[in-house]
Write a protein that binds this ligand. Structure first.
Ligand SMILES: [Zn+2]
Ligand SMILES: [Zn+2]
Length: 307
């Protein structure tokens, strides 16, 4: 905060004003003095970027009206976003040069190797596509993509994405999932729409976000598949899933969801952070299939081991 105040003071001086009139004016001047392009400085390691930013010659508030315009507010928001979210690794909290996941943590991730094509449970022998469970009792969804196993660092990452301030972690999971989609799907195999697993309003109120939406957004941007945010609703609050037995979990999610629109034979990718037993994905897939969806793919960041 002290550094921010000092930067504001410098920015006011650079933009030609004689003194700081208010905190807000200082922040406005900062938005002008350090424009968004290239302004990705890391406050914990300021030597990396701050020396390279271009200083704006023109003060932002030089007009007649003292009221900030929409453009000023947009630049201010962008500048503050870069100031508030330094580039630190989401797993080890160390400063990283470019990404929000450092090279060491990326190497330590447990990748989901040779998973079942239908439910993403791994690791199957070479040449085998489906696990014994899926051969015996196929789930209602046709294919599951889960690049990570849900254990160790990836489990910590997923838990972090659920927390109140877990936006960065969730979006980074989304980017990882988008990379996996690009690696495993041909363009013509891509589904027609993205649907997220909804959370109850009680959970949304507590967390402030639905992590599945934050994961879906980078996937939507990378693939160009439209995101249907309100295609399904959770009509019943269900208890936290981990810790419940499979039977209890199935009973818990049954009738918890309802479709909010009619589909006409489209294929859909259902997006969530983690698949544990697959009970939630199965329940939602049945709801979507009943509403007219032709086939459901499940795309989640991590897959828990089948017990
Ligand atoms: Zn790290
Ligand atoms: Zn399977």
């Amino acid at each position: 905060m002290l550094r921010l105040q000092r930067l504001c003071r410098q920015a006011v001086q650079r933009t030609g004003q004689s003194k700081i009139l208010s905190w807000f004016e200082g922040v406005k001047a900062l938005a002008g003095a350090f424009p968004t392009a290239g302004n990705t400085g890391n406050l914990r390691n300021p030597s990396t970027r701050w020396t390279r930013v271009q200083i704006s010659k023109k003060p932002l508030c030089s007009g007649v009206s003292p009221r900030p315009t929409g453009r000023v507010i947009a630049r201010l928001k962008a500048s503050l976003r870069h100031l508030a979210i330094p580039t630190i690794c989401v797993l080890c909290q160390q400063s990283t040069p470019a990404d929000s996941l450092c090279a060491l943590c990326r190497e330590s991730l447990p990748w989901n190797v040779r998973p079942c094509r239908r439910c993403a449970a791994g690791e199957l022998p070479r040449g085998i596509d489906l696990c014994a469970d899926c051969q015996r009792r196929p789930p209602p969804f046709c294919r599951t993509l889960a690049p990570l196993q849900y254990r160790g660092p990836s489990a910590r990452w997923v838990v972090q994405a659920k927390r109140q301030a877990g936006g960065v972690a969730a979006r980074l999971l989304g980017r990882l999932l988008a990379d996996a989609v690009a690696a495993h799907y041909e363009p013509e195999q891509l589904p027609d729409a993205l649907v997220v697993v909804p959370v109850s309003w009680q959970r949304l109120l507590r967390r402030g976000h639905n992590q599945a939406v934050l994961i879906a957004e980078p996937v939507c941007r990378a693939t160009g598949i439209p995101l249907q945010r309100r295609a399904v609703a959770r009509i019943r609050h269900t208890a936290i899933q981990p810790g419940l037995s499979t039977r209890a979990r199935l009973a818990n999610v049954r009738a918890a969801f309802k479709a909010r629109r009619i589909w006409h034979g489209e294929s859909v990718a259902l997006i969530d952070d983690v698949m544990t037993t697959g009970a939630t994905a199965s329940a939602l897939s049945e709801v979507l299939l009943d509403a007219g969806v032709a086939e459901v793919h499940v795309w989640c960041a991590a897959r828990a081991a089948v017990s």
